[in-house]
Design a binder for this molecule. Structure first.
Ligand code: AMP
Length: 463
């Protein structure tokens, strides 16, 4: 997954982009990059790691110019490697072009193969580079070349292009990934999430619509709808469940408010369960646990404390040390948990390994009963549109029944939010227009057969 950001017509374009990327850091931590346009040239800097590690004052000073785009990356296609860090910059028949992409193209491998057979030489292993090669093959003004290129693509893209004179923003016709337009004085600002617009004090104007393209030159903007219409948008509901930041408004609704409503709905669906306290898995379960507590009147307690200073744990030689390492990130508050009946809330279970470690540590802290409540339905199928979910076989709910998962997690009961309950809350009462493929195996676009898990191949479910 990734986060993208752009500013037009500002004397502080790369500084604002730098700040914007901080507010999108949760969308990708592997690499960060900024490209600015200055006196007919594109100036770029990117590197591996967090925004704070990649950029210094000296580096930013080498990125002058009145327009810039930026990117933070979490790899879903292509290895975690500097040559895959974005924005990618290329010299084309249209002049220099930089591109920043959030989403996954579904037929990128086939496209890449076809282009390579016709002589294209790829510099990275990302799906995003396919777009550049298509661009390079389309003559005429860049704007028309972008339209022609994007018409050949399938899958998820929220995209930003930067040239010495223009910023072009585009969102795929299904609108899988968010992309928001804002204004700061005369400047246009575009970001994956409003968290980034708010940070730089840009006023959010509206979402860039599914299938829409904006062409920005200085402080002028042209709006186009050049792509074929699709039956319905397919906005990723997992953005609301887990991915986006709680202070952002995504798909027109505040993420924290939606997550609280997930929690309230979960409480309505679990009325029969009696407990003493509601405990979130921090940070991902906090908003839903607050909503659950509001609705059920069961007190909310921070029974787990998260350390923000642990990145990766390499201590893994023995089981005993592994168990100790598990507690580095999340520590149980024994005083709060001892002898209590607990409703433990997290936003999702993917492989199940995190939840299992947590429930074990709650038991060790003296919890009397643990009722695990998840504020989304079981994840049964991989995402091909940009969320990093593992293969079908690694998803615990793909191959196990509710009772099997409950036993694996060693909890007294296990509950998931219903699909209907989640969609109603995510849409503010209107459940339509979301992609739910990871929960339902129903993909809104075709997926290459070789990528699909076995039971879906040729079953026609993936349409
Ligand atoms: P596990 O079930 O052990 O795979 O981990 C589930 C935890 O990972 C939950 O706390 C989620 O908040 C979090 N999570 C869900 N989706 C993702 C994702 N795509 N990348 C990283 N963490 C995730």
């Amino acid at each position: 997954m990734c986060g993208i950001f752009a500013v037009s017509d500002s004397p502080n374009a790369s500084e604002l982009t730098h700040l914007g990327l901080f507010a999108l850091q949760h969308r990708g931590q592997e690499s960060a990059g900024i490209v600015s346009s200055h006196k007919g040239e594109l100036l770029a800097h990117n590197g591996m790691g967090l925004v704070a590690d990649v950029f210094s004052r000296e580096v930013l000073e080498k990125l002058p110019g009145r327009a810039a785009i930026g990117h933070v990356r979490y790899s879903t296609t292509g290895a975690s490697h500097l040559k895959n860090a974005q924005p990618l910059v290329f010299k084309t028949i249209h002049g220099p072009v930089a591109i920043a992409h959030n989403g996954n193209l579904t037929y990128a491998l086939e496209m890449r193969d076809r282009l390579e057979k016709r002589g294209a030489i790829f510099q990275s292993s990302t799906d995003s580079e396919v777009i550049v090669h298509l661009l390079a093959r389309n003559q005429g003004p860049l704007e028309d070349a972008v339209i022609e290129s994007l018409r050949q693509l399938e899958g998820a893209y929220s995209l930003l292009f930067l040239t010495p004179t223009q910023i072009i923003a585009a969102r795929d016709p299904y609108g899988f990934r968010p992309l928001i337009l804002g204004q700061l004085g005369k400047s246009f600002v575009i970001a994956s999430e409003t968290s980034a617009l708010n940070l730089v004090k840009a006023q959010p104007i509206r979402e860039i619509e599914p299938g829409e393209m904006l062409v920005i030159e200085g402080n002028r903007m042209k709006q186009l709808k050049p792509f074929k219409a699709v039956p319905a948008p397919a906005r990723c509901v997992f953005e609301q469940v887990y991915f986006a930041r709680p202070d952002s408004d995504i798909f027109g609704r505040n993420v924290q408010a939606v997550r609280r409503e997930f929690g309230r709905q979960l409480a309505r669906e679990m009325e029969q369960v009696k407990a003493d306290i509601v405990v979130p898995v921090p940070d991902s379960g906090v908003a839903a646990a607050l909503g659950f507590s509001d609705q059920s009147k069961i007190p909310f307690e921070m029974g787990l404390v998260r350390s923000h200073y642990v990145s990766r744990t390499f201590i893994k030689p023995t089981q005993e040390l592994r168990d100790l390492a598990a507690k580095l990130k999340l520590a149980p508050v024994i005083e709060t948990l001892k002898d209590k009946r607990i409703i433990l809330i997290d936003d999702s279970i993917v492989r199940g390994t995190t939840s299992r470690k947590i429930t074990k540590s709650l038991r060790a802290a003296g919890a009397r009963q643990i009722h695990m409540a998840v504020s989304s339905p079981p994840i049964v199928s991989p995402c091909y549109y940009g969320i990093d979910t593992p293969r079908a076989g690694e998803l615990i709910a793909n191959r196990n029944s509710l009772e099997e998962i409950r036993r694996f997690l060693e909890v007294d009961s296990l509950h998931y939010l219903s699909l209907e309950g989640m969609l109603k809350a995510a849409g503010g009462g209107d459940p339509s227009g979301f992609c739910t493929a990871c929960f339902t195996k129903i993909y809104p676009t075709p997926i290459p057969d070789y990528q699909l898990p076995d039971p879906l191949k040729a079953s026609g479910e993936a349409t």
